[in-house]
Design a protein around this ligand. Structure first.
Ligand SMILES: Cc1ncc(COP(=O)(O)O)c(C=O)c1O
Length: 414
């Protein structure tokens, strides 16, 4: 369990114990509602360096969710944990380790530097770069034994220049029209890789455009892909694995699971759609919190923040928090978004600015500086999910998670 008790860097939380009754502490540290005098190890470390926001990542939830997926797909299908974009904001290395512990036998990234980061941390599982490999990154990719995606002739010419064994996954464009070769061309590329004395055709794959909304279209994409695979096999090329399914297809289109599923979102405990209840015991792996930094009373008619987008209709109490759009709190969420403080959901009061946001805290009369504010997670009976934030911001949960910036220290000691 190498990730337990481990901080990616020793971050600290601000010390406001003497000012607020509750003091900053993540829920995993038992901080809510407890006396501030005896901080746990994580809390005291965080406090020393003065961070006023943090994201607690629970690697055991990622391991648990991965095990659920592994159980779902069965022994014949491998799980590839997609840990690109810093593990969807959870930290690529801890997420990868947790997923491997839960039963993932492959990892996926979207660039060579992301793959190198995993190797540097000592991760030895096979890693596929789902994205483009720039010529000047080839030698590093080969040295790190990354599997590489191929979808065009310049890419094939580049891989041949290495004149060494490279595991290659040819990507078929089955209807998404982003990366990928048209089926006929993909078959030709795969055949040439197979015939090359150095390159090794390890995989043949595609990606779905709309699996969380349109399973008919997804099934058509799968048909295009499987037809291409069949033609490749008829051409005498065998010994490679095939993969297609992302999280929604893994859950809802069992015939797309094939040799391996490439799952990201559900490993982090977030469902592809709000109204999907597949894998009921899925556990969100990330809690995002900040603290109250000021509480002011304003008379009726006064406004708050940039653009004066909140005007008090009656005497109001407004609390500022230490999170803004530079932390990943979307500017667009100001109007419809809310956070939790002292177990109560409260709305924003006006604009979200770069480093701060303001809350209308009429519903929490005893709020104090230093109180913990939950942006994603649970406080008492109140819960906010990545989906809730996404809905408020008019975006998707993926973007909410990936947007939590590196100014928000991640903690892994829950
Ligand atoms: C090529 C590819 N495969 C798989 C995934 C994982 O998707 P999900 O997070 O929906 O499981 C992604 C994510 O964007 C992707 O780009």
């Amino acid at each position: 369990m190498p990730f337990r008790g481990h901080f990616n860097s020793p971050q600290t939380l601000a010390s406001h114990e003497s000012r607020g009754s509750r003091g900053p502490a993540g829920p995993g540290l038992g901080g809510l509602g407890r006396e501030p005098s005896a901080p746990t190890r994580g809390e005291s470390l965080l406090t020393e360096q003065g961070a006023t926001k943090w994201a607690d990542v629970d690697p055991s939830a990622i391991a648990h969710n991965t095990a659920l997926v592994k159980q779902l797909v069965g022994a014949k299908t491998a799980v590839m944990a997609v840990v690109k974009a810093n593990g969807y904001g959870h930290g690529a290395v801890p997420a990868a380790r947790a997923a491997v512990e839960g039963g993932a036998s492959w990892l996926a990234v979207s660039s060579i530097p992301e793959g190198l980061e995993l190797r540097k941390a000592g991760i030895r599982e096979p890693i596929l770069n789902l994205g483009y490999t720039p010529p000047n990154a080839l030698s590093a990719a080969v040295a790190a034994k990354l599997a590489l995606t191929l979808y065009d002739r310049p890419g094939l010419a580049l891989l041949k220049t290495a004149a060494t064994e490279i595991p290659v996954h040819v990507k078929v464009d089955s209807g998404m029209h982003r990366l990928g070769a048209a089926p006929e061309e993909a078959i030709r590329l795969a055949t040439e890789v197979h015939a090359d004395p150095h390159l090794r055709l390890e995989g043949f794959w595609t990606h779905f455009a709309d699996a969380d909304r349109d399973l008919v279209f997804t099934a058509q994409q799968l048909r295009v892909f499987l037809d291409a695979r069949a033609a490749l096999i008829r051409a005498g090329v065998t010994g490679f694995i095939t993969h297609a399914a992302n999280s929604p297809a893994t859950l809802r289109l069992p015939e797309a699971r094939l040799d391996l599923v490439r799952v990201g979102l559900i490993l982090y405990g977030v469902r592809p759609a709000r109204d999907w209840h597949d894998l009921p015991t899925l556990r969100p792996a990330l809690t995002w919190q900040t603290i109250v930094t000021n509480v002011v009373s304003i008379p009726a008619g006064q406004s708050v923040g940039y653009g004066r987008r909140f005007t008090a209709e009656q005497p109001a109490r407004v609390a500022t928090i230490a999170a803004g759009y530079a932390d990943g709190l979307h500017w667009q969420s100001a109007e419809r978004g809310c956070v939790i403080v002292r177990g109560t959901r409260v709305p924003f009061a006006g604009s979200i600015s770069m480093d701060q946001a303001a809350l209308d805290v009429a519903a929490v009369p005893n709020i104090q500086v230093g109180d913990v504010v939950t942006l994603i997670g649970r406080d008492g009976d109140a819960v906010l999910t990545a989906d809730d934030l996404a809905e408020a911001a008019g975006t998707i949960s993926y973007e909410v998670l990936c947007a939590i910036s590196n100014r928000v220290p991640r903690r892994y000691n829950i």
